[in-house]
Design a protein around this ligand. Structure first.
Ligand SMILES: Nc1ncnc2c1ncn2[C@@H]1O[C@H](COP(=O)(O)OP(=O)(O)O)[C@@H](O)[C@H]1O
Ligand SMILES: [Mg+2]
Length: 252
């Protein structure tokens, strides 16, 4: 893969927890404008890896580059400003604000608190119309005036994606976007991820194999903290080492 095609690169990524190596020497290259999935059996190190990439954890060793810049050790806020955003968990949504207001708050956050010009009515109206665009884009127009707390679970997921999109990231990191969703919501969120990825890069940790097969351009398989295989679903799913790693885990 040509260097300029790589938007996110991890080299030798390692995380130890009191002597236990949860992520070991992981090399990862995510190509611009692709959907890349990180999969693996339970305990493989997916969440740890995700937290390292989103800088919620500091690596014991290794480096992370985003758009050619070394971002190892940067704060989550700093990397978000550079265009690498992690989807906010539902807990980050304000439960008693409406869907539209939640997205507007995320847009305001992007503008920054130090400039209070968004308090002017004109700017607020602009933010409101941008918020409605995003709300509509994630299929929540009919829910715009509902309080977030009253949304069905799958719709909360869509709201989470809308608040992340409000930051206008070049790359989005999604942690198990389908977790806890029913079949209908899975279809809807999968379609949303595909739309979002048209002009962005998406890296997701996901357990649902049919979603991974359907959406991913590239899959990296982790097992025991190490990269076991990488490639498109057709190749990776037939890899004997991958099949072996999943045997008896109840996954895949
Ligand atoms: N904070 C922590 N302290 C100690 N061990 C941890 C910690 N976080 C994860 N681990 C261990 O690291 C391994 C990988 O965990 P995790 O990244 O959550 O795997 P996955 O998300 O693939 O299921 C597991 O054995 C887990 O018990
Ligand atoms: Mg996990």
């Amino acid at each position: 893969m040509a260097e300029e095609e790589v938007i996110l690169k991890a080299e030798g990524l390692t995380k130890e927890f009191r002597g236990f190596v949860a992520v070991k020497n992981v090399d990862l290259r995510v190509r611009r404008h692709t959907i890349h999935a990180l999969i693996g059996p339970n305990g493989a190190g997916k969440t740890t890896c995700f937290n390292l990439l989103t800088h919620f954890l500091t690596p014991t060793a290794g480096q992370i580059h985003f758009k050619g810049r070394n971002i190892t050790g940067s704060s989550p806020a700093a990397i978000a400003r550079m265009g690498l955003a992690r989807s906010f968990q539902i807990s980050a949504v304000f439960p008693h604000l409406s869907v539209r207001e939640n997205v507007r708050v995320a847009l305001q956050r992007k503008l920054g608190n130090s400039f209070h010009f968004w308090r002017s009515e004109r700017v607020l109206n602009q933010l409101d119309s941008r918020a409605m665009e995003l709300v509509t884009a994630v299929g929540l127009a009919a829910f715009a005036e509902q309080q977030a707390v009253d949304l069905p679970y799958g719709r909360k997921r869509a709201l989470e994606i809308a608040t992340t999109l409000a930051l206008d990231p070049e790359m989005m990191l999604l942690d198990e976007p389908m977790a806890g969703l029913g079949q209908e919501d899975i279809k809807r969120i999968a379609a949303l991820i595909r739309t979002v990825a048209r002009d962005r890069t998406v890296l997701m940790v996901e357990h649902n194999m049919s979603v991974v097969a359907d959406l991913s351009d590239t899959i990296t398989v982790l097992a025991r903290g190490e990269v076991l295989a990488e490639g498109p679903y057709a190749t990776v799913s037939k890899d004997p080492a991958v099949v072996e790693a999943y045997v008896g885990t109840g996954h895949g």
